[in-house]
Design a binder for this molecule. Structure first.
Ligand SMILES: NC(=O)c1ccc[n+]([C@@H]2O[C@H](COP(=O)([O-])OP(=O)(O)OC[C@H]3O[C@@H](n4cnc5c(N)ncnc54)[C@H](OP(=O)(O)O)[C@@H]3O)[C@@H](O)[C@H]2O)c1
Length: 303
């Protein structure tokens, strides 16, 4: 199976590239190799390739900068996925497009299902939602996968920033009134192949087959939910268990309203329900606490 990963230098894209390099015939494009704000490059570099699946893990992910650079945000997060979706359709290939919990407004207090109305409250969320719509309109063989609070070894995220601060300072804080679910890049890499067009391969290749959702949109996150404060506290606890020396032992709580330097609004609650994923694959994602413990054990112990 021939796979193209767009955004292969990012946190998720690099993890996917690592996980699939041995198993598939893989071509990866990082930002320097393919600039999604240049449609002619997309046509020339992706359009001229022969492949079965393209995974778009590239995005303009700086939520605050999207507010002041809306044109750029829409070019990368909406127009580029539209073109990728068209190129894939013309080739008979499938596009798996990665999206975000930030397409929701955060007013719910129960996990968001795929059927809930997306109503973004930031330019980032709007641009990502526009990209989803373009992909979904182009072909019902494509798939939009929404994930939340992504962490992993290939690029630092919130959890790494918290650990760094806890190594340097005795008192640290994280937001206590914003909730979602941390999601490990390794777990996303493990789940996506369930939705690959395996029928193109011989039947003796071992695999998990997930039925395609209708409409083709799917939520994936580790199980459970937490605030950023709980997330950071668990990370510190795992570090201690793994023998990582820290100055801070506990994480104090701060409030979202106190983040005066944030330009964009963020959803207060953006937990994604994975009920559909579980129904389609028969698999329950592992709890976020377990995934974080695994990450810290692998990435921080003996460092
Ligand atoms: N991180 C999260 O918590 C989170 C949560 C929900 C959903 N998501 C979604 O998950 C996906 C992967 O995000 P991530 O966490 O891996 O973020 P990331 O590390 O920021 O990866 C995004 C990648 O896109 C690349 N990129 C940016 N502008 C580009 C352009 N014009 N052309 C080509 N590539 C470009 C970036 O390259 P440079 O760094 O070189 O610019 C980066 O490698 C995205 O769709 C994101 O919306 C992420």
């Amino acid at each position: 199976m021939k796979i193209v990963i767009i955004g292969a230098g990012g946190r998720l894209g690099a993890a996917l590239s690592r996980a699939y390099r041995e198993k598939f015939d893989l071509t990866g494009f990082n930002h320097a190799e393919l600039d999604l704000s240049r449609p002619h490059q997309i046509r020339e570099r992706v359009g001229n390739l022969d492949f079965d699946i393209a995974i778009n893990a590239a995005a303009y992910t700086n939520v605050d900068r999207c507010e002041t650079e809306k044109d750029q945000a829409f070019a990368i997060n909406a127009e580029a996925p539209r073109l990728l979706a068209e190129i894939c359709r013309e080739k008979g290939a499938k596009l798996i497009h990665i999206s975000t919990d930030y397409v929701f407004d955060g007013h719910k207090n129960q996990p968001y299902s795929e059927e809930d109305a997306a109503d973004p409250i930031s330019a980032y969320g709007e641009s990502k939602r526009a990209g989803e719509k373009f992909v979904l309109q182009t072909s019902d063989r494509h798939l939009v996968v929404r994930v939340s609070w992504v962490f992993g070894p290939d690029r630092p995220s919130f959890i790494d920033a918290m650990i760094k601060r806890a190594r340097e300072e005795e008192q640290i804080e994280a937001i206590a009134d914003k909730w979602s679910t941390p999601t490990y890049t390794e777990d996303i890499a493990e789940m996506l192949p369930a939705f690959f067009p395996w029928h193109r391969l011989s039947a003796d290749v071992p695999r998990i087959i997930g039925k395609m959702p209708t409409p083709p949109i799917l939520h994936f996150a580790n199980a459970g939910s937490c605030s950023w404060q709980e997330y950071a506290q668990h990370a510190l606890d795992c570090c201690r268990a793994a023998g990582v020396p820290l100055k801070a032992k506990t994480v104090g709580g701060s409030v979202l309203a106190g983040m005066k330097n944030w330009v964009a609004r963020r959803p207060v609650y953006s937990v994604l329900s994975t009920a559909k994923y579980q129904a389609l694959t028969g698999i329950k994602p592992r709890p976020w606490r377990e995934a974080v413990a695994d990450y810290i054990e692998r990435s921080y112990s003996k460092k």
